[in-house]
Design a protein. Structure first.
Length: 278
């Protein structure tokens, strides 16, 4: 058996609800999952309760967006097994508001060229704590301007290399986010280090108390996994992994559990706090 500790629901930028993901996990025989929605603990808290009811092991999680000001890069930190989620609420609200401002600016840019009803975008984002690029693209699909979420139009509008409608939210420094994760009693793990090129920050993160690295991720090659696992082993860091499941809103098809972590590392995560206390 294996665990998938990275997936998203409708509450952020996924297309599937909490109960559906938990049912999927049960059908696929996963030993554990963690719902790690962006910058909100709402799904995680509910998922733990629903998981107990359906006899699925659900680990409380959230993926927090941050910025590496020194290196000029976005960086995401996964927070697992948070003991006091309320201590993250202020941070989540702040990031959420920044995301909303960026989303409104992106919508205004899109509407200049594609006269769709803003209500269509809002409808696509129903149930989410925010409006994400996938919701805008879904509305453009429904209006006949695109035949997929990701494709030529997405690249034109939202490519990191000069997308005409892309607006980045202002994000807190990763040092602050790391400190708040630990202040909430959570375990801090660097998410998908290769996506934003965050490996050059690893030494600093370790010095600040980083607990683990997401070693297994769909974006990682075999050599990435070997290199990250070696770094984690050398520094006695936890190793986690998951599919980064988003349902139909995923950049590529990655079914729940298609990328996972071995159970031995799940057990290490579960016992980590007890070992840290000794």
């Amino acid at each position: 058996m294996a665990a998938d500790l990275h997936c998203h629901t409708k509450i952020s930028d996924g297309s599937v609800g909490i109960e559906e993901i938990i049912s999927m996990a049960k059908r696929r025989g996963l030993s554990a999952i963690s719902i790690t929605d962006h910058d909100t603990t709402a799904a995680a808290t509910r998922a733990v309760i629903i998981g107990k009811r359906q006899q699925v092991n659900v680990i409380h999680g959230v993926e927090l967006s941050a910025f590496d000001n020194q290196r000029g890069k976005q960086i995401h930190l996964l927070c697992y097994d948070c003991e006091a989620p309320d201590r993250l609420e202020g941070l989540c609200r702040r990031i959420g508001e920044s995301r909303r401002k960026a989303a409104m600016a992106m919508i205004r840019k899109v509407l200049r060229y594609y006269p769709i009803a803003p209500e269509m975008i809002v409808k696509c984002a129903t149930g989410s704590t925010n409006i994400f690029k996938q919701h805008i693209m879904h509305a453009l699909m429904d209006s006949g301007y695109a035949d997929s979420i990701y494709g030529e139009l997405y690249e034109k509008l939202f490519s990191p290399e000069g997308g005409s409608a892309l607006v980045h939210p202002e994000l807190p420094d990763f040092k602050e986010v790391l400190e708040l994760i630990h202040g909430s009693g959570g375990i801090a793990v660097l998410a998908h280090p290769t996506i934003y090129g965050n490996e050059d920050a690893l030494d600093e993160l370790v010095s600040l108390g980083l607990d683990g690295i997401e070693v297994w991720h769909p974006s990682h090659t075999e050599s990435d996994v070997e290199r990250l696992a070696a770094f984690a082993s050398y520094h006695n860091l936890l190793m986690t992994g998951g599919s980064d499941f988003h349902g139909m809103y995923g950049y590529k098809p990655h079914p729940l559990g298609s990328t996972s972590m071995p159970d031995e590392h799940l057990q290490a995560l579960k016992s980590y706090k007890e070992h840290r206390k000794k």
